[in-house]
Design a protein around this ligand. Structure first.
Ligand SMILES: [Zn+2]
Ligand SMILES: [Zn+2]
Length: 160
């Protein structure tokens, strides 16, 4: 699973911008700087909710060779671009799959750096690239390990 987009209410957006500006010691922060800070697309919506949009390709690993998918962002883009709904594994197998999109309401007005991080190293691959979405919600950016989010959140939309 990888986070791809942050959707913020105008209030949260303003709050995060001012917090980030203070932290960076600058007068203001542009939309682009904010997106870079989170390494996510950031958008604003009128409703009073803050969401992180997370995407997951399933099945993973490949049912033919059992290799885990790599370069998830690129693999997802390729999957979205072709209409056959086939996932291409690192070994070149193509198999039917699904792109699941999760809307996680977990941001809760916390800028990433304020969160205490109990897990710093991925238990599955040993990577230090753990992405936190909340105090107990996290995933690894280098493999598809996550803190068990599937059980807690439901899929709200699936791209056909
Ligand atoms: Zn394969
Ligand atoms: Zn990992």
């Amino acid at each position: 699973m990888i986070p791809t987009e942050l959707v913020l209410s105008p209030q949260s957006y303003a709050k995060i911008v001012s917090e980030l500006a203070e932290k960076l010691g600058s007068q203001g922060v542009s939309h682009l700087q904010l997106a870079h800070h989170f390494a996510l697309t950031v958008s604003i919506q009128e409703e009073d909710t803050d969401l992180v949009i997370v995407k997951e390709l399933t099945p993973n690993p490949c049912p033919v060779c059992q290799h885990r998918l790599t370069f998830l962002r690129e693999t997802m883009e390729r999957f979205t671009d072709n209409s056959a709904n086939l996932i291409r594994c690192p070994m070149g197998h193509r198999y039917p799959g699904e792109l699941k999109i999760y809307y996680l309401n977990v941001f809760q007005h916390k800028i990433e750096d304020e969160i205490e991080k109990p897990i710093k190293i991925c238990p599955e691959c040993g990577s230090k690239n753990i992405q936190y979405l909340g105090p107990k919600v996290m995933f690894c950016l280098d493999c598809d390990w996550d803190s068990g989010m599937e059980a807690r959140y439901q899929v709200q939309r699936t791209i056909e």
